[in-house]
Design a protein around this ligand. Structure first.
Ligand code: BG6
Length: 488
C-alpha cells in the first residue's frame, strides 16, 4: 500500500490562482493530499491573481471548482472545512507594484516555513514574477519556484526565461513541470526497465525492430484555441511530454534513481537524436489539422471554426526519431500526437523483431513478432503478445495471444492525478520529476531544427477528419519503412 508521509508545514502561493489550471488541477490535487492527511496544521495555500476578490469569494470559487472536478463522495465536509481554512487570496498584478507588499506581509511571519511559488501563468511573466519576489524579500533559502510548461516557445526564449528566473533562484530551487513525469505509469517505466531482469538484455537494436509512442486526445482546442494557435502540437506535446517518454524508454540505466543520474542519461538521449533537416523533413514528419467530423457519434467542428480564423497551425504531428547511438542505431522511434483523434489514449509499443527463422511452414500462420504494449492511460497496464500453439488435433496452428496486466485490477487503487505527486515533490524538495534547464535546452535544440526545416521546406499541413487517426501522411510515414501504426 502507498504510504502518505506528511510534508513539512508550508506556504504555497499560486500565481494565476483563479485560472483554469489552478481550478481544474492544482486545487483538486491539493484537496486530495489534504484528505489523505499529508498537510500539517497551519499550512497555507494562497492564490494570487489580478481579480478583485475577497477571501470569502475566493473560497466560494474553490468550492465550486471542487464540486466540478471531484466526485461527490470525495468532497467530504470535514476535509473541506480543514482545506477551506488554509485558503487565502491576494489581489496582485505581476507587472505593477500592486499587491506585492500585501503578499510579502502575509509570508513574513513564517520565514522558517517551506515556501513554494507556483507560476500557473503565461511564461513571459516568469522572469518578472521572480524579480518581484526577490525585490519584496520573499526569496529565502527555503523558497522554491515552480514553472508551468511551456518554458518558452523555442530555445532562445527558454534561455531568456531560465536566465531571468535564475538571477533570483538557484537551479536547485527551480521546478519545471512536465506533468507527464508525475503520472504513475510514466514513473513505472523505470521500474519496468530496471527492476526486471527479463527485459533489459532485449532492450536494444538487436531485438527491437522499432518503438511507437502515441499520445492521442479526443478533445479539441476549445477555449484554448488562441493560445494553441501560437503553439501547435510539436511545441505543446512533443517538445516536452513525448520527448520525456522517449528518453525514459531509450536511456541507459542511470547509476541510481538520483535526479542528477537520471537527468544525465536523458540528456545523452536528447543529444543523440538525429537532426531533422530540410532535406529529410518531408520523409520523417507529418503535420495535420483537424477538419469537422464526429467523435463517439457526436459532430465536432473543425479547428479553423473553433479558432474563428484560417490557420496553418498543426493539431497533429507524427515523426520518425532516430537515436544515433550504439543501443538504438537502426531502431526508429515513431511518435504521434494529436487532438480530435478517435479516443484519449497514450501508449508505448515496443515491437520486437521476428524470430530468425520459422520452422513451422506457412500453413501454421500467426507467426507474429512479440510486442510489448505499455498503456499509460487509460486502462493503465501492460500487454505482451506471445505466440502459442492453438490447441486441437488438426495441423500445427500458431496464434498470437496477450499476457495482460491491468494495474487497476492488480492494485485496486485510485490513480492519483500527476499534479498530486508533483506538488508533494516540490514541497519535499525533490527535483527528480522535474526538468533541469539543460534538458529543456537539449529538447528545444532538436525541436527548433524541425520547426526551421518545416519552414524551409514549406511543409504542408494536411487536413484530417476529426475522429480519425490523423492525415494520410502519418500512415505513409511508417508505410515507407514497411511498418504500420499499431491499432488494437
Ligand atoms: C498539456 C497540453 O501539457 O497536456 C494540452 O498543453 C494537453 O494541450 C495535455 O491536452 C494532455 O495531458 P493529459 O494528462 O490529459 O494527457
Amino acid at each position: 500500500m502507498a504510504q502518505f508521509v506528511p510534508v513539512e508545514t508550508f506556504d504555497l502561493v499560486i500565481f494565476g490562482g483563479t485560472g483554469d489550471l489552478a481550478q481544474r488541477k492544482l486545487l483538486p490535487s491539493l484537496f486530495h493530499r489534504d484528505s489523505d492527511g499529508q498537510f500539517p496544521e497551519g499550512s497555507r495555500i494562497i492564490a494570487a491573481s489580478r481579480g478583485e476578490l475577497s477571501r470569502d469569494e475566493f473560497v466560494d470559487l474553490v468550492r465550486k471548482a471542487l464540486e466540478t472536478y471531484l466526485k461527490a463522495e470525495e468532497l467530504t465536509d470535514d476535509v473541506w472545512q480543514r482545506f477551506a481554512a488554509r485558503l487565502d487570496y491576494v489581489t496582485l498584478d505581476i507587472t505593477t507594484p500592486d499587491g506585492w507588499q500585501t503578499l510579502a506581509g502575509m509570508l513574513a511571519p513564517h520565514e522558517d516555513r517551506i515556501r513554494a511559488f507556483y507560476l500557473a501563468t503565461i511564461p513571459s511573466l516568469f522572469g518578472e514574477t521572480a524579480r518581484q519576489l526577490s525585490e519584496y524579500g520573499m526569496v529565502n533559502d527555503r523558497a522554491r519556484i515552480v514553472l508551468e510548461k511551456p518554458v518558452g516557445s523555442d530555445r532562445h526564449s527558454a534561455h531568456e526565461i531560465n536566465d531571468a528566473v535564475g538571477q533570483y533562484f538557484d537551479e536547485r530551487q527551480i521546478y519545471r513541470i512536465d506533468h507527464y513525469l508525475g503520472k504513475e505509469t510514466v514513473q513505472n517505466l523505470s521500474a519496468l526497465r530496471f527492476a526486471n531482469s527479463l527485459l533489459e538484455p532485449l532492450w536494444n537494436r538487436t531485438h527491437i525492430d522499432h518503438v511507437q509512442i502515441t499520445v492521442a486526445e479526443h478533445i479539441g482546442t476549445g477555449n484554448r484555441a488562441q493560445f494553441y494557435d501560437r503553439t501547435g502540437a510539436l511545441r505543446d506535446m512533443v517538445q516536452n511530454h513525448m520527448l520525456q517518454l522517449l528518453c525514459l524508454v531509450a536511456m541507459e540505466a542511470p547509476l541510481s534513481m538520483h535526479h542528477d543520474d537520471i537527468r544525465n542519461e536523458k540528456i545523452k538521449v536528447l543529444k543523440a537524436l538525429r537532426p531533422i533537416t530540410p532535406d529529410s523533413v518531408k520523409r520523417t514528419t507529418a503535420r495535420g489539422q483537424y477538419a469537422a467530423g464526429a467523435i463517439g457519434g457526436e459532430a465536432v467542428p473543425g479547428y479553423a471554426d473553433e479558432l474563428g480564423d484560417k490557420s496553418d497551425r498543426e493539431t497533429f504531428v507524427a515523426l520518425r526519431a532516430d537515436i544515433d547511438n550504439w543501443r538504438w542505431n537502426g531502431t526508429p522511434f515513431y511518435l504521434r500526437t494529436g487532438k480530435r483523434l478517435p479516443q484519449k489514449s497514450s501508449e508505448i509499443v515496443i515491437q520486437f523483431r521476428s524470430v530468425a527463422h520459422s520452422i513451422f511452414g506457412d500453413a501454421a500462420g500467426g507467426l507474429e513478432a512479440n510486442r510489448l504494449i505499455i498503456r499509460l492511460q487509460p486502462n493503465e497496464g501492460m500487454m505482451l503478445t506471445m505466440v502459442t500453439k492453438e490447441p486441437g488435433p488438426g495441423g500445427f496452428q500458431l496464434r498470437s495471444l496477450p499476457l495482460n496486466l491491468s494495474f487497476s485490477e492488480a492494485f485496486q487503487l485510485r490513480y492519483p492525478d500527476a499534479y498530486e505527486r508533483l506538488l508533494m515533490e516540490v514541497l519535499r524538495g525533490n527535483p527528480a520529476l522535474f526538468m533541469h534547464r539543460d534538458e529543456v535546452d537539449a529538447a528545444w535544440a532538436w525541436i527548433d531544427g524541425i520547426i526551421d526545416a518545416w519552414s524551409d521546406a514549406a511543409m504542408p499541413v494536411q487536413p484530417y477528419v476529426a475522429g480519425t487517426w490523423g492525415p494520410t501522411a502519418s500512415a505513409v510515414l511508417l508505410d515507407r519503412d514497411d511498418r504500420a501504426w499499431y491499432q488494437e
